[in-house]
Every structure is written in C-alpha cells, then in structure tokens.
Ligand binder design. Structure first.
Ligand code: FE2
Length: 256
C-alpha cells in the first residue's frame, strides 16, 4: 500500500502515531469466511505462477491457517526470521510515513477486510492484500533487506521532493514486478499475487508490454493506480531485482 495526502497541520508526527490495535476479536465469522474464500481462491489461481519464495513464505508463516491472521501470532514467526513485523493501521498511510515504516522493518496492515459483496473491488488495500500479497516475501532474507532499503530510498527521495521516483521503483518491483525463474516468467509483486483478475492478465495478456527490468527503467516508467497496468517490468530473476535495488543509492536514484 501507499499513498494518501493528509494536510500537514492535521497530521500526527511519526509512523507510530498511525498504529492501532488490530483488535482481532472484532473480526466477524463472515470476515474470517471471506479471508478463507479469498485465500483458497488465490492459492488455486496462482498455482506455480508466482516465484517460489512466495509459496515458501505462505508455508513458513502458516498463512493457510483458517481465518484472518492474528498479527501478534504472525509476528512471533516473522520477527525472529527477518526482523520484520506487522502493525495494524486503519487504511492508507501517507507516503513519508509508509517509507519510514519500511525503514524500520515494519509493514502496515489494514485492520479490515473487504466485504463478501466486493470480493474483486477494492477502494483501498485491505488485510488480504497486505498480508497475502506482501508478507510471504518478507520472510525471504534478501527481499526483506531490499524492502527496508526501499524505505530508506523513499525517505531520502521525499525529502528531496522526488517522491515519484521511489514510488515507481516500489511499484515496478514490490507491487507489480514480474521475475523469471527457471526460464518462466512468474509473479513477484504483491499487487499481482493478491489480485484475482490481474494475476493471469499480467502473465498471459497479449495487450500489454513486458519490458526488461532495470532500476533505471523502473524510475522512468509511469504506472496506473486505478486500472490494470499497461506494461510490466520483468527481471531476469528475483535476485536481479534485489541486487539492483540494493545497489541503488539515494544520490543515484535522484540522478537516474
Ligand atoms: Fe501493496
């Protein structure tokens, strides 16, 4: 997730001010049933169309356990593994707050889940997108390090008035990236892994461009917030994405 403008004078000060209790007990039976439905449907849809560490992360973090995950329980596995932990938020957080959270290896998770009537329409990311889409890859040590680095790049870029540059890096890797694995193009990004419609579209549609990933291309490639992407960036491997992003300094990001 990313992005919401809140007037500066109304805003709390730091990222911790955006954290709320998950209040897991307030999820209803139907909320848990919606999670189960989304989870089963998406795992079947993805099959092996997603990079292997994503599937490993689902297993490691026991995300197949029925019902909306309890963040406290999830953190008991995630935090000792990679130093990442999840926190609950009420919705989208401002970009600078989001990147400050990533810098601290904290991932914000919406404290709500979509309704059964709106399984495929999301006004803003809910806990299914945030948990199913993002958290499996945060159990992968190198990817986990990369996302923290994106947080640092984001903080520096926003301070320089160039937040769009890091938003495009984030978008074309963490949210909508594709990566080759054993010769086949696979889903890497959370926005694709958690989407019923766009997962197959990104891999199989003839109506999109698929261009080789580089940080230079990512920085200079616009994206769409509100529709399927017209183009996807495909890295040679998960490791290429990680290595290129980790090697990117704030100074070079601003010069690309
Ligand atoms: Fe996201």
């Amino acid at each position: 997730m990313l992005h919401q403008a809140i007037p500066t004078k109304e805003r709390p000060k730091g990222w911790k001010d955006y954290v709320v209790p998950q209040d897991w007990g307030s999820f209803t039976d139907d909320d848990h049933a919606v999670w189960d439905l989304l989870f089963a449907r998406q795992v079947e849809l993805l099959g092996t169309r997603v990079v292997t560490p994503f599937l490993d992360g689902i297993d490691l973090l026991r995300l197949s356990h029925p019902g909306v995950p309890d963040l406290a329980e999830l953190n008991l596995i995630l935090e000792p593994r990679t130093g990442w932990r999840t926190v609950a938020v009420t919705g989208l957080v401002p970009d600078d707050i989001f990147f400050a959270m990533l810098s601290a290896r904290v991932f914000p998770v919406g404290n709500f889940i979509r309704r059964r009537e709106e399984l495929d329409y999301l006004e803003e990311p809910d806990c299914f997108h945030d948990l199913f889409g993002h958290i499996p890859m945060l159990a992968h040590h190198d990817f986990a390090e990369m996302v923290e680095h994106v947080g640092r790049l984001g903080t520096a870029a926003i301070a320089a008035g160039e937040g769009d540059r890091v938003a495009r890096i984030y978008w074309h890797s963490v949210e909508f990236g594709l990566a080759r694995e054993a010769g086949a193009v696979k889903i890497l990004g959370a926005g694709l892994a958690s989407s019923f419609g766009e997962a197959h579209f990104s891999l199989e549609s003839d109506d999109v461009e698929r261009l080789p990933f580089s940080v230079e291309r990512a920085v200079n490639t616009p994206y769409k917030h509100d529709a399927f992407q017209p183009r996807y960036l495909v890295s040679e491997s998960l490791e290429q994405t990680i290595d290129e992003v980790l090697a990117l300094s704030p100074e070079r990001l601003l010069a690309l």
